[in-house]
Structures are given as C-alpha cells and as structure tokens.
Design a binder for this molecule. Structure first.
Ligand SMILES: NC(=O)c1ccc[n+]([C@@H]2O[C@H](COP(=O)([O-])OP(=O)(O)OC[C@H]3O[C@@H](n4cnc5c(N)ncnc54)[C@H](O)[C@@H]3O)[C@@H](O)[C@H]2O)c1
Length: 398
C-alpha cells in the first residue's frame, strides 16, 4: 500500500543501516520498519538476541532485513562498516554503552562508545552523502539551573529554569570527580561534531534526544538474561526485584525526577523523522512525555501498585529501601534533578504528541515481564528451595 509523508509526498522505500539496531530501541524500531513499512533494515550489532524474531527465514519481510554481527570498536579500518554505510540511503546510529552503572566502572568504554566510535560513522556519512539520524540523550542537558537555587527560592517555580529546550537550555554537568557525567559529556561531544560538520560539509542530520523511553526488552533481568553482577537501568532493576519479591532500591531516597515515555509511541516519532527529512534535517529533537514526570520514588510506588494489581497480591507485600548512591554506584555518582522535555519543536515540525500515561505503560511492561520471565523465576525459586528453607529468599533481604 502506498504511504505518504506529512507533506503529501509518496514515501519511497529506503535502505536503512541501523548501527546498534539489536538493542532495546533498535529492536522496536526494526519491528516497526519491517511490519509497517517497505523499508529495508541493515542491522549492525554485537548481539541479535532481541531481534531474533525478526530474522526468521520465510517471514514475509525476510528479504528486507540483514543482520551483521559486528563490533564497531573492533572493526579495524572499518572494513565492514564502510561498505554497509555506502550501501544505505540513511544511517541511524544507536550503538552505545548507556547504563549508568557502567559510567564509573567502564569509563573508557563509555566515552569511546558514545563519542569516538561514532566519529567514523559521521565521516562515512559525509563521504558517501548519506543522511544521519544520531541517537544522543536527554543527559546532555545535565542538571537544571533551578537545582542550583536554594530550595525555597521564589524562582524555583519558573518553568524556564527546569524545562529543557533544544536550542535554549545550557548543558550543565557536575565537576570532574562526578564521574556520572562522562556519558553525557561524550554524547555532547559527538552532537557538537555532527552540528559543526553539517555546517562545513552539508551533512544531512537529525539528533534525537530520548527522555527515558521504557517498554519491553529494555536491558535485562539480572541472572536470567544478563549477568547477575551487572546493574541495568531503573525499569529493569525494579522489575527484577518485583519478580523476585525483593525491595526496590531507591538511590539517595529516589528524589530525582524523570519523564517516562512508552517505547512504541517514541518509535512513531522516529518514523516521522525518517520519513519527513525536509522537516527533520538539521534539527535536534527532544522525544519524551512531560506528562509522565515523576520522582524515582513515585515510579517505584506506582510499579508496586500495578504489579500487585496484575499478580493479585497485596501491595503491602512489596517494599522500597533507601540506599546511598555511593553504595549502589560507587563514588563519584551525581544525578540530574529534573528532566522535563520541552516538546514545542517536535510537535510543531512533526505533529508528534505522546498520549500514554505512566500507569498504562507500566502495566504493559510488567505484563510482558511476567510472561517472559515467569518460568525462569519459578525455576530459580524451585532450585533455591531445594537448598534453603525458602524463608530468606521470600523475605526479600538483599
Ligand atoms: N532508552 C532510552 O530511553 C535512551 C535514553 C537516552 C539515550 N538513549 C540512546 O539511544 C541509543 C539506544 O539506546 P537503547 O536504550 O536501545 O540501548 P541498548 O543498550 O539496548 O542498545 C544499544 C545497542 O548498541 C549495541 N552496541 C554497543 N556497542 C557496540 C559496538 N561496539 N558495536 C556494535 N554494537 C554495539 C549494543 O549491543 C546494543 O544492542 C543509545 O545511543 C542511547 O544512549 C536511549
């Protein structure tokens, strides 16, 4: 069926190279491209676990998807990357190390994967005149101006001081000993490179700044589909502890605020960016849902409520526990206070406005997690019960 963009132009099928396309966002984006459009996806990643359902032979889209198992870091002389970029109409760069627990423990990898490894992608896009959609992060804003004011200051309620705007807000990071900002700093560097190169070399680009997109397949559950010692992002951390009946850990009381957006709504925004180059080129877009702005403590409480409802258990069975950032992430941790996206630009240019409220999103995420992990959790409980009385496990001590 013919499809048309926002300017009424017929959408031509594109060959899209998705670097890091096997991750959380990539897997949902590839689903959308293959199920709902005629575009072809060339996926580059070190893992295909999250997209294996898309790579089944004999599916009706099979001729439109390729997976290349490539670690871009180890692709010496870019022998694999360069021809794949050259063969595409559009490049989408999603590859990154983007879990906060890694920022302290793997600083070099964090900095490289979010900046240095993206440099050849920018260079090949210039060389072969390919359009680039680069995934940055809302973390580039850092802290808000409001966070530096005394708590009872009259200006605290002035929205300009905390609403994050693509072309107005400064990027405010903590001091160098606050290692958390290595990721944001690396992301900012590559944004600046892309912006500067577009002016010098007419690079066609769009920068996407996701604000806490959440949904199924985000990260992993420790000890099931990821290492037990690794720490995923907050949704997966809380989900894993709910599934195991353990308390949800609130770092420094869970006072930081985040705006959560459902992945499938966010992917609609990405598709609009892909198919409306005249409106999206040369722009930076916040993509998030300011209506779903909560503290991490409120997120934990809502997840407990929804999980108790879905599993028909009393909410009193689930608890939260305060932990210091020093114990949880190690020294040098710091955080953004608020992260509320200004949505004027994406709304004006692409007409995108997310509608899904946090409770509904969490229900979808938790329903999915229960289905996906229930047998693994049951096996874990059964084997633990063989060795212990089970009391310690179910009492939630950790
Ligand atoms: N999910 C969010 O809400 C969010 C928020 C801010 C920014 N982002 C950005 O969006 C992008 C995608 O995020 P995500 O949530 O899908 O994360 P993800 O970790 O699920 O996906 C990143 C993918 O990149 C791949 N990758 C990493 N290093 C690679 C390498 N050297 N070679 C090949 N592949 C490599 C990983 O294997 C992974 O599949 C990242 O750039 C991230 O910084 C996401």
């Amino acid at each position: 069926m013919e499809r048309f963009n926002l300017d009424g132009e017929k959408i031509k099928p594109l060959t899209i190279c998705l670097i890091g396309g096997g991750g959380f966002i990539g897997s949902h984006l590839c689903e959308k491209l293959l199920y709902k459009t005629q575009h072809t996806a060339i996926i580059i990643d070190i893992s295909s676990t999250k997209i294996k359902h898309l790579l089944r032979p004999y599916s009706c889209w099979f001729g439109r998807v390729q997976f290349h198992e490539i670690n871009v870091k180890r692709d010496t002389l870019h022998r694999h990357l360069e021809p794949l970029i050259a063969a595409s109409d559009l490049v989408i760069n999603l590859a990154a190390i983007c879990t906060p627990a890694n920022y302290n423990t793997r600083p070099l990898d964090t900095i490289k994967s979010n900046s240095v490894d993206a440099i050849p992608v920018v260079e090949f896009c210039i060389k072969y005149k390919k359009r680039l959609i680069h995934f940055s992060s809302c973390e580039v804003y850092g802290k808000t101006i409001g966070s530096f004011l005394p708590k009872d200051h009259a200006l605290q309620n002035v929205s300009e001081l905390y609403l994050l705007k693509e072309y107005d807000s400064p990027c405010i990071f903590g001091s160098i000993d606050k290692q958390r900002w290595t990721y944001a700093c690396a992301k900012q560097m590559i944004e600046r490179l892309i912006y500067a190169q577009s002016a010098l070399h007419s690079l066609e680009f769009t920068i996407v700044r996701p604000f806490n997109w959440i949904g199924p397949r985000m990260d992993f559950i420790r000890g099931i589909d990821g290492p037990r010692e690794a720490v995923p992002r907050v949704l997966a951390c809380f989900t894993g502890n709910l599934l195991r009946g353990k308390p949800l850990k609130l770092v420094d009381g869970g006072q930081s605020q985040r705006s959560f957006c459902y992945i499938k709504e966010a992917i609609e925004a990405v598709l609009l960016i892909i198919e409306n180059p005249a409106r999206a080129n040369g722009k930076i877009f916040n993509v998030g849902n300011p209506e779903n702005d909560v503290t991490i403590k409120q997120l934990a409480e809502l997840m407990i409520e929804v999980y108790a409802d879905v599993t028909k258990q009393p909410a009193s069975k689930f608890t939260t526990i305060d932990v210091s950032s020093n114990n949880f992430y190690g020294p040098g941790y710091d955080d953004s206070d608020k992260r509320i996206p200004d949505m004027t630009i994406i709304n004006r240019e692409l007409g995108w406005k997310p509608a899904m409220r946090l409770r509904t999103i969490l229900k979808l995420c938790l329903d999915h997690a229960i289905n996906e992990y229930k047998s693994a959790i049951k096996n874990e409980c059964d084997s633990l019960l063989e060795f212990h009385t089970g009391y310690e496990y179910f009492s939630g001590s950790e």
